[in-house]
Write a protein that binds this ligand. Sequence first.
Ligand code: SF4
Ligand code: SF4
Length: 482
Amino acid sequence: MSEDQNYRGGQGQVVDAETFRDSVGTMDQSGKRRWVFPRKPSGRYTNYRTLVAWFLLALFFALPFIKIHGNPVLLINVVDRQFFIAGQPFYPQDFFILALGAITSIIFIILFTVVFGRIFCGWICPQTIFLEMIFRKIDYLIEGDRNKQMKLDRQEWNSEKIWKRSLKWSIFIIISLIITHWMFMYIVGYQEVFDMIKEGPFNNFTSFLVMIIFTAAFYFTFAWFREQVCTLVCPYGRLQGVLIDKQTINVYYDFKRGENRSKWRKGEDRRAEGKGDCIDCNQCVVVCPTGIDIRDGQQLECVNCTACIDACDEVMVKVGLPKGLIRYATEDEIEKEVPFKFTGRMKAYSAVLLLMIGFLGFLLSNRGTMEAKFIKPAGSSFFVRDGKINNTYNYTFLNKSNKDQLVTIKVIEPQHGEVSLSTTDKILLKRDQMIKGTVNVSFPEKEMKLSKQNVKIGVYNQNGELLDSFETYFEGPFKLQF
Ligand code: SF4
Ligand code: SF4
């Protein structure tokens, strides 16, 4: 344990050191980066995390190729403003639904964090998954475990070091390129990415440049910046301080059981000698990918990766003590020995979350399959033809359904309104298509009671079902009103 940190003292009391740690764990006193060489983790939680990570990686690489009703499962094409989520098309007009979805997700994350702390960081976050499950594994494969990595780092740039480092960095560049290509598939679709690859970089120079920038950014993040993303940059990490409380589940060191820590001596009666279960072997520290000592209490850098739980459990088994000296628990559970409880704050967040999910579901189910607008062109006026007063409207139709639709336009209110299109009375709207055009609406002169009246125009499918309607106004000759 570093001598400048607060620590838990014997008999479960919090002992204040004379100074406290005022820098991140991966920096030395002069502010220089302290490179972390974590020991390769192994154990129960590492196995579970590996399974979750492989599942998520498979999902990441498979999703761009999966379609629902012919639509991509997920496509966020900000350039062409095309969005598909779970195979459902969303348009800029649906922005408020997406915004509400984003707010609901934020509340979900807040609730999740209040209850489960940074479990997301350790188990689901793409940064952790790519770093710990791909890039770090390549470190171990090429350079060996912690001690060998440290030795290689210290040694001269001899042939072994040059060979190992260039091999590792080349593989990192290839993986960064692959991640970039897949990320692009989520933006422009896989077919477009394949076409760009076939056509070559010089036919898609801007996209090529963007890809190079992203590849460089991924390489920088995973080859060099690494855990600094979680400890210095990630805004979610910064939120922990306000979201986590003493009832939040986190990775904790049971200081009541562990202190007074002391080295292991075979055959000793630790209880009788007033020693805690922590044998001060440092295995929980050397395995930590963010370079901290969990025995100093909950810290900003802890991403809840569980490596220290596995490391400590392994030690406990070896020395014949019960597992779980480091475990998932709440601070109250350890300090006051009170079991986890669903607090008022958690209940309040859950209520808001349920309300928002309900409202979002309502909006999604009422989103409709068509969006129609009828707007009078600026400066246009009415005209009279064959005893009828005519107004012209510019229409915009957006087919949100997963099929082509043949639509007709009718005046719903008031009665006696007629519609005439310039070409045909039916309009073919292909799936996900937006079309614009012009339509005339007319009323017999004798039916015009006001010089300006409201009109409701509907769009119907082949079966005569109303798909959408729009209210606007209709102008006629000036009428005196009494
Ligand atoms: S303290 Fe433990 S759980 Fe937290 S980051 Fe380090 S090894 Fe992972
Ligand atoms: S691994 Fe367990 S026993 Fe070893 S120092 Fe960490 S907490 Fe103590």
